[in-house]
Design a protein around this ligand. Sequence first.
Ligand SMILES: *Cc1c(COP(=O)(O)O)cnc(C)c1O
Ligand SMILES: [Zn+2]
Length: 397
Amino acid sequence: METTDAFTGLECIDCGATFDAEEGSHRCGECGGILDPRYDYGAVDLDRETLASRPFDSMWRYEELLPFARESAVTMDEGATPLVECPKLADELGVERVVFKDEGRNPTGTFKDRGQTVAMTAAVQHGATDVALASAGNAGQAAAAYAGRADIDSHVFLPARAGFTNKAMVNVHGGDMTVVGGRITDAGAAYADAMAEHDDWYSVKTFETPYRHEGKKTMFYEIAEQLEWETPDAIVYPTGGGVGLVGMHKAAKELRELGLIDELPALYAAQATGCQPIVEAFESGSEVHEAVEHPDTICGGIEIPDPGASPWILEALRESGGGAVATDDEEILEAAIAVAKGEGLEMAPTCAAAASGAWELGERGEFEGDETVVILNTGTGNKDADVLRSHLMGKGI
Ligand SMILES: *Cc1c(COP(=O)(O)O)cnc(C)c1O
Ligand SMILES: [Zn+2]
């Protein structure tokens, strides 16, 4: 296996067992916990000047802090997305600056590409012929795309309510798609049955592979560098499984360890009231969520009723001094439309939970006025143009 110099292997976040990256490929062999890639930061030679001298062309420009080198990556130059100023939104939120990290500019239109580029690189390194996952939609589309590029067969399990673009593009990329009646939990059960039957399938599912949160951590490297190494006061993130959130928290701690930033950004999980297990756990002071029995929100990407990594997510929110906020579907759709009208930026309903959540935080008096707030636009609005348009229809427009 070809890995980068500082990458030392995988460590279980529950029991602390360590695994060689060659041996450990998914969950902990001792306790079944989530594995996290680890590094010897003393061996990472990276400073602001070196980074500034590199073109801002791909998330793989941070390869020293990734498990694999850029030259061995299954990549389509994902990442390196812009940070767009939103002055009107800043006025409305009552803060100095609002910036949008626009992940809609990725190859398949969402930040899921950052996770799949690393997970698919690991799959190639492990000699996989087939990859599989259950997904609400965007991760399935991204996996089919990256698997195609790597000449690997993909098996994608989606719930019936996944968006049309996701389903269409899994087919277009040549993936083997199973659409399961019901919600993400039902798609997950069908995936688990199929995995049990095919012991040669390699999982690229959320937190099954250790490499998706590892890819998503690059979002914070970019934010820090784009803000000239000034840590933003708040990052509001539309949270489902929390992959990006724990990834960004890890990235912030790494940059602090390397002396590139001084402070950790306060991370806020934004959810929809129809499925808000993280918000409920955060507010009640719990260390773990309780599964939502009847999830129901138009925000498919964050309709995750049973997020298995909730202790890790909650720890990131608390350790960073952030919080959690939920707003309802109506407010979220209104936020997507307000942002599209006022700033020109296109947000999918799932992502607009972050804008709506930021508004709500502003109304609650969470901000004092001098903050820089980053809103993570995790995916492009045009995948769900129909949902946004029909919301207008409901208002007689
Ligand atoms: C998957 C997804 C999310 C949620 O991501 P997590 O990191 O798992 O919480 C948010 N927005 C979009 C567009 C997604 O596809
Ligand atoms: Zn373990």
